[in-house]
Ligand binder design. Sequence first.
Ligand code: DGL
Length: 261
Amino acid sequence: MVKQSKQGEGVAVVFDSGIGGLNLLCECARRAPQMHYYYVSDNQNVPYGDRSAEEILRLTLNALDGIEKLRPSALVIACNTVTAQCIDSLRKIFPFPVVGIQPAVKQAAEKGGKCLVLATEATVSSAPFKKLISRFAPADTAAVGCSGLADYIERNIFALPAVLPQGLLPDFSPNSVVLGCTHYAFVKEQIQNRYKCAVYDGIFGTASRFSEIVGMTDHFLPRAGIFDHSPHNAFKITFLRGNCDKNARIVKYLFGIETFD
Ligand code: DGL
């Protein structure tokens, strides 16, 4: 007999090509803390952002192979690149809700002025991204594919410099910046210092959508920033596939979150 679960209980799978989705994983865990999270990544094949649509779908399905057996209440695609390139296919394949992440251009539009969207090449060149920009972005928006940035963050996560190396970020004078790749949240401060303007990302919006789907209302939770340590939090997180040790260390040391499984 299937156990009747209370609100926010059950299983959720969170997927990213690498470490970027850990930002969203931690935000989902704060909002629905009773759930058991499985973090699936593909650190061997990251970055996905310079690959073709077919390759991204193939690698994603390979990494997610067998997750149906976990009977998740939701699959969170914590990767703008995979969302942009294959969310429709994933929704057709999996029999549970699939939540994607998109660049927060609507929020930047409220601010007005010149907007710079930083994302991977695969995101920037995708049809859903172009549609999002034409519908919601401020008129004066530049979208730049930052080849090399996600890979740099993935490799240097435990020793990120205060100023990123030349050439990783474009020269621009925007009034707002949108982070269109979950890896970039790890260098939000460096990006803020470089462009000296408001920086938006889609992490909170996506975590909010996730918590609605699993039946949690998040209005009572503190609006924790991703680097606000919550040392008393311990969440049930299992790292599946990819570089599990590295992912677990990031959650523990960068977010101050204890895990148990
Ligand atoms: N974290 C992923 C995203 O949000 C991309 C990194 C990659 O290129 O694999 O787009």
